[in-house]
Design a protein around this ligand. Structure first.
Ligand code: PGA
Length: 260
């Protein structure tokens, strides 16, 4: 079973639509100049909602070798939900990926596994792929219960999804203590939890589904550490925050993401 690695840049609340155009053009140009083959490593940028239309326009017009997406979605289809954006609206803009349950959404907006579950269903119904984020805070890591904690959170986030819905899910393991801190988990730490995630998916959905599901690592990934992370057998890519804002650095990460 081969899983195409995915390098997804999570821009968070950075880069307005003009900066987005410049960044995406530069990123795509470096990938094209370096003869990067998107079939070996997929590259995606998860941009602020206000950037999506601009990114769509240049990706489509210039046939850039890049997917793009959003960082959140509403649990609702439409109606009186001021400030929210629906899965159908994102689908209309040609979005491929949407991050769901990022630790910053969980921490600052109280997002729960049950809400994440609803969002994943809405996205799957709209034909979009969720990047479902799970991972433990520092105190759980110190207590040594990070594997159980993370698998349990994933179980709630994926609760009662069909195998067809799961086919529209990428999992991202992001230990909270490693996000934006420069404190990267060791490749062994990441493999320990990601291996356990794949085993749990095998228990829930069977070995074939588990072998086909991509699981990413996220937390202080840079061009200097991505190769050793990608060398681990169960790690299928990275969710990259800070380092994805620099197109040269992110292009390096994409190119180095090629597994042997
Ligand atoms: P970081 O963020 O790469 O800046 O640590 C990762 C993320 O939050 O997705």
């Amino acid at each position: 079973m081969t899983r195409t690695p995915l390098m997804a840049g999570n821009w968070k609340m950075n880069l307005d639509h003009l900066e987005a155009i410049a960044t995406v053009q530069k990123l795509a140009q470096i990938l094209i100049d370096s003869k990067h083959d998107a079939a070996t490593v997929e590259a995606a940028v998860l941009v602020p909602f206000t950037d999506i239309r601009s990114v769509q326009t240049i990706v489509d017009a210039d046939k850039l070798p890049l997917a793009y997406g959003a960082q959140d979605v509403s649990e609702h289809d439409s109606g009186a939900y001021t400030g929210e954006i629906s899965a159908a609206m994102l689908a209309k803009l040609g979005v491929t990926y949407v991050a769901v349950g990022h630790s910053e959404r969980r921490e600052y907006h109280g997002e729960t596994d049950a809400q994440v579950n609803t969002k994943v269903r809405k996205l799957a119904a709209a034909g979009l792929t969720s990047i479902v984020c799970v991972g433990e805070p520092l105190e759980i890591r110190k207590a040594g219960t990070h594997v159980e904690y993370t698998v349990d959170s994933l179980k709630g986030s994926l609760a009662d999804l069909s195998a067809d819905e799961l086919a529209k899910v990428v999992v991202a393991y992001e230990p909270v203590w490693a996000i934006g801190t420069g404190e990267v988990a060791t490749p062994e730490d990441a493999q320990e939890v990601i291996g356990a995630i794949r085993e749990a998916i095998a228990q829930w959905y069977g070995a074939d589904v588990a072998a086909a599901t991509r699981v990413l690592y996220g937390g202080s990934v840079k061009s200097g550490n991505v190769a050793e992370i990608m060398a681990k057998p169960d790690i299928d890519g990275a969710l990259v925050g800070g380092a994805s804002l620099d197109p040269e650095e992110f292009a390096k990460i994409v190119i180095l993401g090629k597994t042997a």
